[in-house]
Design a protein around this ligand. Structure first.
Ligand code: ARG
Length: 573
């Protein structure tokens, strides 16, 4: 389905063409001054330079044949040659109807049969999830849904950090506790603390550190005993990680980890060697990834350390090999924090040099900033410790639950379920409304407020619509919009009719924040429309039917925004 902007651009381009000017000048965009008009075309200014005429003369030429076209309510030349456009209400209503009848709600579907491979989550399997892991999961989930909504196939992989020193540390500690035989057990309390204890111990005790390193090394070389302990730890860890992601509403197709790349490392090394890319440097094997135009030096990427062991980069490169071999995606996206930017530059350059993927396969590091506390530093517990993700969620949930219990929230609803949904909406919307590359401050009051740019406000809007629809008990599937009765509803209709384009833009920019902004715009416009019009008590049939139709349209489209953000709505509030 074409967007309104495309339909208008086609019309105005044809007019430019018919008047003897280049059709490319007819680009229409949403107006910079919504108080003056809905859309504008500034092509007459570029045309003036090309054709050596005054812009107003060109604009007047172009506008003339369009005046009689019913799609326009107004098309006029303003100022020095701006073409200002308002579309007719009939066109807008018809267009909105088409969106609602379209199986994709008017969202353009990619025709290229693309597969996008998303690497997000990336928790370290040796530690419990902490708040630092949250952004990758929330942003990645939303990007995945955005890719699907725009007609791409996706494959998501959690890419567990399950093969490095942290695992060795946990195993060394278990060995010290004599708890790594057949009957090895770890209760949740032990699981929560064991890594931190082992890590601290390795800082104080050189021997312990060495032991952990040796264990890591043996594990990577396939030592049977350590492999079986590792498997047990992985079971505990994955169950824990899955439980956390379930609460967040995040899921993955693949639960692969760094360990799964191990058996492809020899193939990787062979490729690097056959292309003469591996060089010796201080005993280590490295690949030079610098380029002549680099402003800052890009250091070589280490493939094998001087002791012969593989590292993070080795597994990432082997993983690229695997992903290409088994899934052949058009694009691989890594949703990993800003601090790994240099690292991914090195990995991608090395992958290109070694042709691990075809030249047309896109490798993208979609970086993100940090969630900070009110002090502007990464969010911590009160005493400055690392905050577990489940503790963070509980804090938000408890605040919401208290409010839900003490307010006038619908008595029919399950307060726990509502609180869970509001808490997740607050956390996710509060995160995604910021451009992913930026840091933000988590403020529990602001994030859970029922007004303003919050997830709660959006849930509230949908619940309000549900309550209207329930009250009128109007199940008439044939509800249609008859005409536009007020300015507030016109504004709402326009925003709804322009929504489909937002998803395409958000996809192109990999920016879920654009979806958040638009969802807020819809909810605000609905709120104005609702407070100005007495929908339930309206006595005129056509008016009431139009308004109910708009309620449904708002709900459907707002729901689509929430789905893409990974936020579940509530029936009533
Ligand atoms: N486990 C890594 C970390 O905690 C993140 C993994 C990101 N994905 C990747 N393919 N490197 O830093």
């Amino acid at each position: 389905m074409k967007t309104i902007i495309e339909i208008l651009t086609e019309k105005v381009s044809e007019a430019f063409n018919a008047c003897g000017y280049s059709a490319e000048l007819g680009i229409v965009k949403a107006s910079d001054r919504p108080d003056l008009c809905q859309f504008q075309c500034n092509g007459a200014f570029s045309a003036a330079k090309l054709y050596k005429k005054v812009p107003t003369a060109i604009a007047n030429d172009v506008v003339k044949p369009l005046l009689s076209d019913g799609i326009f309510k107004k098309i006029s030349v303003e100022g020095a040659g701006f073409i200002n456009i308002d579309v007719s209400n009939a066109f807008l209503l018809k267009y909105l109807d088409e969106i609602l009848l379209d199986p994709y709600l008017g969202i353009k579907q990619s025709e290229k049969h693309e597969t996008i491979f998303l690497d997000y989550g990336g928790p370290n399997a040796a530690k419990p999830l902490h708040v630092g892991h949250m952004r990758s999961a929330i942003i990645g989930e939303s990007l995945k849904r955005l890719a699907e909504a725009t007609g791409r196939k996706t494959i998501s992989d959690v890419h567990l950090g399950d093969w490095g020193l942290p695992m060795g540390l946990v195993m060394a500690e278990l060995e010290d506790r004599n708890n790594c035989g057949e009957n090895m057990s770890l209760n949740s309390g032990e699981w929560d603390t064991i890594y931190a204890l082992a890590s601290q111990k390795s800082k104080e005790n050189q021997q312990f550190k060495q032991k952990a390193q040796e264990i890591t090394d043996k594990l990577q070389k396939g030592d049977k005993r350590y492999l079986s302990i590792w498997k047990k730890i992985m079971e505990i860890s994955i169950a824990n990680i899955k439980a956390n992601y379930k609460v967040l509403g995040v899921s993955f197709d693949l639960w692969n980890g760094e360990s799964d790349a191990e058996k492809y490392i020899p193939e990787l090394i062979e490729i690097l060697e056959s292309r003469n890319l591996l060089k010796e440097s201080l005993g280590a094997k490295v690949v030079d990834v610098s380029l002549p135009y680099d402003n800052a030096p890009i250091p070589p990427i280490i493939i094998k350390k001087s002791n012969g062991s593989n590292i993070y980069a080795t597994t990432d490169l082997a993983t690229i090999l695997v992903r290409h071999k088994f899934y052949n995606p058009n694009e691989i996206w890594y949703i990993v924090d800003n601090r790994q930017s240099l690292y991914f530059t090195q990995v991608f350059r090395c992958a290109r040099k070694a042709s691990l993927v075809p030249a047309e396969t896109i490798l993208l590091h979609l970086c993100f900033g940090t969630m900070n506390g009110s002090d502007g530093k990464p969010y911590k517990t009160r005493d400055g410790g690392v905050m577990k993700l489940s503790d963070f969620y509980d804090t938000v949930y408890n605040t919401v639950y208290e409010r839900v219990s003490s307010s006038t929230f619908s008595e029919y609803s399950d307060k726990q379920e509502i609180s869970q949904k509001i808490a997740i909406a607050a956390i996710k919307f509060g995160d995604l409304i910021n451009h992913r590359a930026k840091d933000y401050i988590f403020d529990i009051e602001k994030f859970t407020a029922s007004e303003g740019k919050t997830g709660t406000f959006l849930l509230y809007t949908i619940a309000r619509i549900n309550s209207i629809l329930k009250k009128v008990d109007n199940d008439d599937a044939n509800l249609t919009a008859h005409e536009v009765y007020s300015d507030t509803e016109k504004e709402l209709i326009l925003i709804l009719a322009l929504s489909n384009r937002v998803f395409e833009l958000a996809y192109n920019e990999k920016a879920p924040n654009l979806v958040c902004e638009n969802a807020y715009k819809i909810a605000s416009a609905f709120s104005k429309f609702y407070s100005e019009n007495h929908i339930i008590n309206e006595t005129k049939y056509c008016k009431k039917a139009t308004w109910l139709y708009l309620c449904r349209a708002t709900k459907t489209l707002l729901q689509k925004h929430l789905d893409i953000l990974g936020i579940e709505s509530v029936e009533l509030m």
